[in-house]
Design a protein. Structure first.
Length: 253
């Protein structure tokens, strides 16, 4: 649940947090404790604890030069360049077997006052495993995003992760999924675009909505072959009461 923003670039406060979102903003001139957040499969940290880092000697090309931005929108078309792709695959097993060339990032950027507005679309496809029948299938990806960045100035985020992102990428996120801060001459969009990709992953992948899954008895894929196994019906929660009632009836007789 969010409060309505007031003015351009106003921050909205959420009662919950999504994966990979940086903590609440700092107070200027005040050392504030970071607000409690929940981090799981974030763009910066993988399930095994590794971080999003390019290979040694690699140069990211998913960048925007801030001094080239104007009031009129400027469009950028990025591909998933090899260095970004290898770093992303180290974090997301779902990218194994996926076609790197299928991933495209269309970004529109412009200035409005001192703020920077970013919006665009991420396209691609995952190689997922169905949670019911365990079949591998291609899952198309098309996700829109929007982000408003305010100038950070000389302020330093109280949270180390946000401070590191601001120094490394020229931008960091707030606890709102659509706002953040920037500093420097360029924005490295690599970690941000990976987060957009990460947030589209289904919690329970399905090859199709009516997938019948595997037979729990013989393991047959019931989408391909019908088996003769009879599934045991789950016991009624009132079965124990029926037994007690039957025993009571027999005792009276």
């Amino acid at each position: 649940m969010c409060r309505k923003p007031v003015g351009l670039g106003a921050k909205r406060v959420r009662t919950g947090c999504i994966r990979g979102v940086y903590p609440r903003p700092w107070a200027e001139g005040v050392a504030c404790a970071p607000a409690p957040i929940l981090l799981s499969d974030s763009l910066a940290t993988a399930r095994n604890g590794s971080t999003f880092e390019l290979a040694a000697g690699s140069e990211a090309v998913l960048k925007i030069l801030i001094d080239r931005l104007e009031d009129s929108p400027r469009r950028y078309a990025f591909d998933a360049e090899p260095a970004w792709w290898e770093a992303a695959r180290a974090l997301l097993p779902e990218l194994e077997g996926a076609d790197r060339e299928a991933f495209q990032f269309d970004v529109t950027a412009y200035r409005m006052g001192q703020d920077i507005y970013l919006e665009g679309v991420v396209r691609g496809a995952f190689g997922l495993e169905c949670s019911r029948c365990l079949t591998r299938y291609a899952s198309p990806l098309r996700e829109s995003f929007r982000l408003v960045l305010e100038p950070a100035g000389d302020r330093v985020p109280a949270e180390p992760e946000a401070a590191a992102a601001l120094a490394r990428d020229g931008m960091c996120r707030s606890d709102d999924i659509e706002t953040g801060w920037f500093r420097g001459r360029e924005l490295d969009l690599g970690p941000f675009l990976l987060e957009v990709v990460t947030l589209t992953l289904p919690v329970q992948p399905l090859c199709r909505e009516d997938c019948r899954g595997l037979c729990p008895c013989c393991g047959t894929d019931r989408n391909q072959t019908a088996c003769r196994c009879e599934e045991a019906k789950p016991a009624s929660p009132f079965a124990a009461l029926r037994v007690l009632r039957r025993d009571a009836s027999e005792g009276e007789s």
